[in-house]
Design a protein around this ligand. Sequence first.
Ligand code: ZN
Ligand code: ZN
Length: 236
Amino acid sequence: DSLSLGLSWYFAKISDKQPSKTFTYGYKRFSLLAALINGIVLLVGSLLILSEAVPRLIHPEHSNAKGMFIFAVFGILVNGLAIWRLKNGKTMNERVVTWHLLEDVLGWIAVLIVSIVMMFKDVHILDPILSVLITMYILWNVVKNLKKTVLLFLQGVPEEVSILTVENELQKLDNVRKVHHTHIWSQDGEHNILTTHIIPDQNLTWPEIDSLKTRIRLRLKDLGIDHATIEIERES
Ligand SMILES: [Zn+2]
Ligand SMILES: [Zn+2]
């Protein structure tokens, strides 16, 4: 758990590094890799928790209420602080890490509630019931995030972008006759990359083509694409 958190912290740190000769796009995909690893760790972790909690639904055990209470308060403080620091995170990795921490916090809150109840009353069944409910909730979110991460990893078009909309918007620009062969993918869920072919009106001068490219890039920025490669072609 903390190993994968450390790993994502390290990858997040790397992902801000400037492009190099080996990683010409920069290191943003490291944060996606971290999101993938984290997602898998969370998936396995949730399944393990479930496999422990479910049998305890049938055979509840006696637990130490006071110790649980102290651990819970400590856990909530530590994880709550970390979540608060990440709350504006937008990359896939930050989102996954936030879920990671949220899982822990919710778990600790459950432990806290159970421990308080058990200080007054010995109801063993509460502990596994809460564990199972919270883990199911987390699992659902982890799977959702993991699906997104895998899509980005396999260079699918990111969910927030539609290739048809992008092509239509470019088509609407002055001097654009045809748009085709468009690729869109995302480095980390935040930095999107496009390549496309444009056939402009005939007889444009070089300065006009330059200004067209600038207008295309500006329009693309509005559509959430910050790195575009545009091939200008003549109608064949
Ligand atoms: Zn073409
Ligand atoms: Zn470039």
